[in-house]
Structure formats: structure tokens, C-alpha cells
Ligand binder design. Structure first.
Ligand code: NDP
Length: 315
């Protein structure tokens, strides 16, 4: 490793969603001179939503991408250094911790805040990508309100899909739920709630053949996998709830995770199993997954990092 390609920092923040930027704001204000690498999707999942109406402080709502630009500006104004680049490898064997950016630059850090988020899984249809933000969404709590009094569809059969279908059933006239097998994966209690909700219509053994619409979602073509028949159902919103994948692969050898890759933190803190490594936002939260909860845990991570560094006499 060429020395010109390595650098030592106090606090390295990996990821640029609400958790990462909030950690950067707090760490910069505490004079910890944080360096933040934005990752594959600068701004995170909010950059692929449209209007955000449930983040406090925006009485008229805000576009997700605009909100993340504001977060970045605020972090920069406080003195955080925000950089493009993807963390591609880490070595947490010894302190200071080593993180490689884009496979070439080495950063050595006294403390690391992991805020790499999670990515919604998608079906992989062209129409799903094209209409994303125009009726297609992976978050009912974020976007369900826009379909108040309308018909929507949701695909998936786990606890998330069940929870989101129930949430949508309170707002929408009918929720068409597309389930690929003849049973649901969701917990019994959630299944029962779904089955007992009269305005959720379940399509068993079914898959999404196509989402129809030119500039916005107008209908979904549902294919029955047993008899290969298709049915076109008019809808305004299409929700994908087939799971999330935490972006935690590169930390696997070092950091304790659950079986799906969510980083485990000590309850009530952002501390991981390694001292000086903290995790905030969706990469360690499969339950709430909201911008405001991610921002809150980003704040916690910066405070935990500050306490750790001052106890060590490093700041
Ligand atoms: P899961 O992995 O549990 O479920 C994913 C669902 O999507 C499955 O029903 C699966 O079908 C379906 N699916 C996957 N890929 C496709 C595809 N390409 N086409 C159609 N359907 C597909 O993810 P969840 O997000 O629901 O849950 C993740 C974890 O979080 C779980 O452990 C869950 O229990 C937990 N959770 C708990 C909550 C709570 O306790 N309140 C709330 C939300 C989540 P199949 O069954 O056929 O594989």
C-alpha cells in the first residue's frame, strides 16, 4: 500500500442516509473531524422515494432527494468531510481500524460508524424500475397515504408484507395481495389478521406478470402459477414487500450479525461487539426502518463514538 494512498482519521462514517449524515453533524459539532464516505447510493433509500410527509419539521412535506441534499449541506456546514467512494474491504483485527475505499485508498480510523443501510429487494421487472416513485414503492408507511381511497396491490407474504397490507387496508379501498405460494411466511397472528381483513384480497400461487402504466401505475397483470391464467387489476399503487437486505457483507468476518445480516448492537446503544465500531440506521434495524429512527440512531452513534474516544484520550 502506497503511503500517499492512506490516511488516518478520528471518526470514519460509512454510508450517507439519515443515520450517516446525522452522525456526521453530531461528530463534526463535537470537533471529531468526521470523514464520511457516501457509498453506492449517496443519500440512501430516501433518494428513491418521492414525497416524505412523516419527517418532523417539514410541515408541507419534502421530496426525499431534496431532504438528503439538506442533510448533506448541514453536515458539510458543521465541518464534516463528505466524500464520494465505496468502502470495499475492512480489517478490524487491530486498532486503528482499516477500511479500504474503492479498493485502493486506505483509511485508518480510531472509531468507525457503520451506517450503510439496507436495500429493498425488488422483483426485477422493467416496469417496476420505470414506475418507481410513480406508484411503485417499497415502503407502505412512507407512501401509502398517497393512495388514500384508492386500490393498491402488494407483493410478498412475510411479516413486512402482512404489516404493510394491514396498514394499507386502513387507507385504501382494496388491497390486492399477491402471494407466490399457497401459504404465507408471516407469523400466524399476522396471517390471521390479514385473512380477517375484508378489504385485503389474496391471490394465492400468483406472481406479478407486469405492472401496467405509461407515466404512472394504472394496473397490475397477475399470473396464476398453477393454471397460467392472467388477470388485469386496475390499481394506483404497487407495493413491493419481499424483504430487505442489510448492506453489511464486508463487515461479516468481524461484526456480530443475525442470520439475515442485520448488525447486532448492544440494546439501548449503537455499540457492536468491537469497541470503537458503532452501527446506526437500517443496517442494524429491521423493525422500524424510518428516516427519523435512522437519524436518531446516527445521533446516538456519534455520541457513543465521542464518549469512547474521550475515554481513550483520543479527542
Ligand atoms: P421475509 O424474508 O420474511 O419474507 C419475504 C416474503 O417475500 C416471503 O413471503 C417470500 O415468499 C416473498 N418473496 C421473496 N421474493 C419474492 C419474489 N421474487 N416474488 C414474490 N414474493 C417473493 O421478509 P420480511 O421483510 O417480511 O421480514 C424480514 C424479517 O423481519 C422476518 O424475520 C420478519 O419476521 C421480521 N419482521 C418482523 C416484524 C414484526 O415482528 N412486527 C415486522 C416486519 C418484519 P416465500 O414465502 O414464498 O419465500
Amino acid at each position: 500500500m502506497d503511503n500517499a494512498q492512506s490516511e488516518k482519521v478520528h471518526v470514519l462514517i460509512i454510508g450517507s442516509g439519515p443515520a450517516g449524515y446525522t452522525a456526521a453533524i453530531y461528530a463534526a459539532r463535537a470537533n471529531m473531524k468526521p470523514v464520511l464516505y457516501q457509498g453506492i447510493q449517496p443519500g440512501g433509500q430516501l433518494t428513491i422515494t418521492t414525497e416524505v410527509e412523516n419527517y418532523p419539521g417539514y410541515p408541507n412535506g419534502v421530496q426525499g432527494p431534496d431532504m438528503m441534499i439538506d442533510f448533506e449541506k448541514q453536515a458539510t456546514r458543521m465541518g464534516a468531510e463528505i466524500r464520494y467512494g465505496i468502502a470495499t474491504k475492512v480489517d478490524f483485527g487491530l486498532q486503528p481500524y482499516k477500511v479500504w475505499i474503492d479498493d485502493e485508498k486506505l483509511i485508518e480510523a480510531d472509531a468507525v460508524i457503520i451506517s450503510t443501510g439496507a436495500s429493498a429487494k425488488w422483483l426485477g421487472l422493467e416496469s417496476e424500475q420505470r414506475l418507481n416513485g410513480y406508484g411503485v414503492s417499497a415502503c407502505a408507511v412512507c407512501d401509502g397515504f398517497f393512495f388514500k381511497g384508492k386500490e393498491v396491490a402488494i407483493v410478498g407474504a412475510g411479516d413486512t408484507a402482512a404489516e404493510e397490507a394491514l396498514y394499507l387496508s386502513k387507507l385504501c379501498t382494496t388491497v390486492h395481495m399477491i402471494v407466490r405460494r399457497d401459504q404465507m411466511r408471516a407469523s400466524k397472528i399476522m396471517q390471521e389478521r390479514v385473512l380477517n381483513t375484508t378489504n385485503i384480497k389474496i391471490y394465492w400461487n400468483s406472481e406479478t406478470d407486469e405492472i401496467l402504466g405509461d407515466k404512472k401505475v394504472e394496473a397490475v397483470r397477475i399470473k396464476n402459477r398453477i393454471n397460467n391464467t392472467t388477470e388485469t387489476v386496475p390499481i394506483h399503487g404497487f407495493f413491493v414487500a419481499i424483504g430487505h437486505q442489510p448492506n453489511s457483507d464486508i463487515f461479516k468476518p468481524w461484526i456480530h450479525m443475525d442470520e439475515t445480516g442485520y448488525i447486532q448492537t448492544i440494546p439501548g446503544t449503537t455499540k457492536t461487539n468491537l469497541e470503537g465500531v458503532f452501527a446506526a440506521g437500517d443496517v442494524q434495524d429491521k423493525n422500524y426502518r424510518q428516516a427519523v429512527t435512522a437519524a436518531g440512531s446516527g445521533c446516538m452513534a456519534a455520541l457513543d463514538a465521542e464518549r469512547y474516544l474521550s475515554a481513550k484520550g483520543l479527542v
